[in-house]
Design a protein around this ligand. Structure first.
Ligand code: C2E
Ligand code: SIN
Ligand code: FE
Length: 362
């Protein structure tokens, strides 16, 4: 074995004779660092890594072996160094106490040469094995993390793609989806930060809602161009067709849920697609749901969707100013919109304005 590959053993005993004995037994296989006090040995450890520690139990005049052991155990960098305790008492509780306090093994004095060599090599072998396992687990964990990150990234990109494809005909840049999603994020993050009965959101659920909101209008793929792109007011018959887009969206997402099984993100996407045109007072469509029967995610998206529609130009309308858009939202609190969520919006006007202006947020 070359010098570099040698393991280093810290030997701590107040008796130089014992230290000499340890050196003579182990010097051929290991680099031995002998110390006659715990204090000096701990000082040495601060700057030098070691592979194993032989520790005398009883060292009158300085730190006892137990005190050194406690110090090793409390220090993150030293915690994993195996310690073999050396004890002179045959009848006392030293061995039990040593093992209970983190020592890996103990030897009774007088030390038997072959016993020491054997125990030391066993502990070194175990330690190598532990280190190898730790490295394997770390490497595997990192691999999994990378694979998972890649999958999540792909999922996000696929959802974006789908949402943009669905929106291509009436809004060609994808900006409507980005802004709507960001308004949803502002409201959802406020609910995470400020828990209120009936409105509790975990961080994860908020993230799902933000992603799912992208697909709110996916059902518009089933709308004929003549209706969707009509430059002017819709007839009641045409609006009846528009009113089916949430149903088309829900059906598309139901199919996806059937294939994947229960999935939080897809379930939110379905809720949002189905219920984003419902109104708090029950006058919305397609199901005329009332109040809290409308899923929270859809109530949030309704506000985001309308704010963006109001502040945007459409084939059938000019853009309102932010001020007018907020005024319309606030007037419709309790009729169209969930009044508590409108209170949340009032706390974040500045964030909404920044998103509208394309500042900040992705
Ligand atoms: P959109 O243009 O994205 O509008 C989404 C929602 O924003 C509307 O849902 C409505 O709640 C709100 N909104 C939009 N413009 C105004 C407005 O000027 N004043 C007020 N108070 N709210 C407004 P709605 O009405 O259920 O419409 C759903 C979709 O149907 C619209 O999505 C749009 O694609 C289409 N649509 C609605 N009305 C017309 C129209 O008169 N002409 C045309 N061509 N399309 C329309
Ligand atoms: C000593 O070696 O210092 C005394 C024996 C013991 O460890 O108890
Ligand atoms: Fe819609």
């Amino acid at each position: 074995m070359s010098e570099d590959e040698r393991k280093t053993i810290l030997a701590i005993d107040d008796d130089p004779i014992i230290l000499n004995q340890i050196m003579s037994i182990l010097k051929d296989g290991y680099t031995i660092r002998p110390f006659t006090s715990g204090e000096a040995a701990l000082k040495f450890l601060e700057a030098h890594p070691v592979d194993l520690i032989l520790l005398d139990c009883n060292m009158p005049g300085g730190m006892s072996g137990f005190e050194v052991l406690a110090k090793l155990h409390d220090t993150a960098d030293y915690k994993s160094i195996p310690v073999i305790f050396l004890t002179g008492s045959v009848d006392g509780d030293d061995e039990v106490n040593a093992l209970a306090n983190g020592a890996m093994d103990y030897l009774l004095k007088p030390i038997k040469d072959r016993s020491l060599a054997k125990r030391v090599s066993l502990q070194i072998e175990l330690q190598d094995y532990r280190n190898e396992l730790t490295q394997l687990v770390a490497a595997r964990t990192e691999e999994l993390r990378l694979a998972n990150t890649k999958l999540l990234e792909r999922e996000k990109i696929t959802l974006d793609l789908l949402a943009r494809a669905g929106d291509l005909r009436d809004h060609d840049t994808g900006e409507h989806i980005n802004r709507t999603t960001n308004y949803v994020r502002i409201v959802a993050e406020d609910l995470v930060q400020n828990p209120k009965a009936g409105y509790e959101l975990t961080v994860l659920r908020a993230q799902d809602i933000v992603e799912a909101a992208k697909l709110h209008d996916i059902g518009k793929v089933a709308m004929p161009d003549g209706v969707l792109l009509k430059p002017g007011k819709l007839t009641p018959e045409e609006f009846d067709i528009i009113k089916t887009h949430p149903i088309h969206g829900a059906q598309l997402l139901d199919d996806a849920v059937d294939k994947l099984g229960d999935d939080d993100l897809l379930r939110e996407a379905r809720n949002i697609a189905y219920a984003h045109h419902e109104k708090w007072n029950g006058s919305g469509y397609p199901r005329k749901l009332v109040g809290e029967d409308i899923p929270l995610s859809a109530r949030i998206t309704a506000i985001a969707d309308v704010f963006d529609a109001l502040t945007s130009e459409r084939p059938y309308k000019n853009a309102f100013s932010n001020e007018d858009a907020f005024r319309i939202l606030y007037e419709d609190a309790g009729s169209h919109f969930d009044p508590y969520l409108i209170e949340v919006v009032k706390r974040h006007e500045k964030d909404f304005e920044n998103i509208r202006a394309g500042i900040g947020r992705e």
